[in-house]
Design a protein around this ligand. Structure first.
Ligand code: PLP
Length: 375
């Protein structure tokens, strides 16, 4: 029940990766036949990703994942375009939040944070005001939040940013592979993807750099990734990413219906089992991720042990993003939407492999935990 943290590798994806792990081990930069056959695989994967997202292969750069892609988009834009002001939100993933904080600490930029409503949607009027007051801003606003599932309207944000001449980066890690993206229409200069969020391998992702933006070299080294990102490519990861995205696109409607069904079932069952339950974020299926449900449990003596109690029953869920587990400062996302601190927020997140039995089992365990103590 923690598929926003990562998803299981699809066996079909593993099948296309295997030959590149066992047999085709040439270095794609080598000019001999063993190298060239591997180079062809990378370029084929790039074409596939570009085709699915309705853009050109020259705009797709493979990276080690979503974090690197977010870091690259933000830091390289600041350097290349002498950006002095970033507009973002307080509930971005740490890949964005910490990158911006580091640039602010270094004195390179100032940052402004757009007001949010209680569900985590941005205030468009406030964004427009910030853009008006700060020309040449870099706007970094996520498509959907990984903890509460709230989706922003990135079509409208893109249009607004264009109107005021800024640059727009959107962390699309949680929507890539779960919703379609038409990059010819979307006015975002940078979007990102991470294969392990859509049943691909870990440690590989991509950054889309719109051809209207030129951001220099991301990593010094060899001439890989069209001279932008040095380092021998993660060939089997790249091939796996393209296959995973292809599968995600070809089965999207079926998977969406199944996963939304699981989410709706869990909401319904939780409301019956624990009447005081509430939910963080937006439950409207048009304005949230169908993969994420953030439940807000009433104050209870067992709350501190809630994740542990689920864990010992074989249920993996999350109190925040996986990348921040271990930090006990509370969720910056729940703080950012002023969630009631006396309640306990738990993120359940679903994939095509979850079943209704798993949902029912989870709710049954939660009902036991919250049952009134008999004296
Ligand atoms: C919204 C968001 N951005 C970025 C990332 C980082 O992606 P990766 O794990 O590929 O570095 C994640 C992963 O949890 C995420 O949910």
């Amino acid at each position: 029940m923690d598929n926003a943290a990562t998803t299981a590798l699809d066996p079909e994806v593993f099948e296309v990766m295997k030959p590149l792990m066992l047999d085709m081990y040439g270095n794609p930069s080598s000019t001999h036949a063993h190298g060239r056959e591997v180079r062809t695989k990378i370029e084929h994967a790039r074409r596939k990703v570009a085709e699915l997202l309705n853009t050109v292969p020259g705009e797709i750069f493979f990276t080690s994942g979503g974090t690197e892609a977010d870091n690259t988009a933000i830091c390289c834009t600041v350097d290349a375009y002498k950006v002095k002001h970033i507009i973002s939100t307080s509930i971005e993933h740490h890949a964005v939040k910490h990158t911006i904080e580091r640039l602010v600490e270094a004195g390179k930029v100032k940052a402004s944070y757009v007001d949010l409503d209680e569900k985590g949607h941005i205030d468009m009027a406030h964004l427009e005001q910030l853009l008006k007051n700060n020309p040449n801003s870099l706007v970094s606003i996520m498509h959907a939040n990984n903890e509460i599932g709230t989706k922003n309207d990135i079509d409208r944000i893109g249009e607004l940013v264009e109107e005021y001449g800024g640059t727009f980066h959107s962390d699309t890690v949680q929507t890539m592979g779960h919703f379609t993206h038409d990059l010819k229409k979307l006015k975002a200069h940078f979007v990102v993807g991470s294969a392990h969020k859509f049943h691909g391998p870990k440690g590989v992702g991509f950054l889309r750099v719109c051809k209207s933006r030129s951001i220099g070299r991301f990593i010094e080294g060899g001439g890989q990734e069209r001279n932008r990102r040095g380092g021998t490519e993660n060939v089997y990861g790249i091939v796996g990413l393209a296959k995973a995205l292809e599968l995600a696109y070809s089965n999207m409607d079926t998977h969406r219906a199944h996963v939304q069904g699981l989410k709706d079932r869990m909401i319904h069952k939780l409301k019956t089992a624990i009447p005081e339950i509430q939910f963080n974020g937006n439950l409207d299926s048009e304005r949230s991720l169908y993969t994420v449900l953030n439940a807000s449990f009433p104050a209870h003596e067992n709350n501190a042990m809630l994740l542990f109690s689920l864990d010992i029953n074989g249920i993996s869920a999350s109190g925040g993003s996986a990348c921040s587990s271990g930090a006990n400062t509370g969720s910056h996302v729940l703080n950012g939407i002023n969630a009631d601190p006396s309640r306990q927020g738990i993120r359940f997140s679903f994939s095509k492999y979850n079943t209704t039995d798993e949902v029912d089992y989870t709710v049954a365990k939660l009902e036991e935990i919250f049952a009134p103590v008999e004296v």
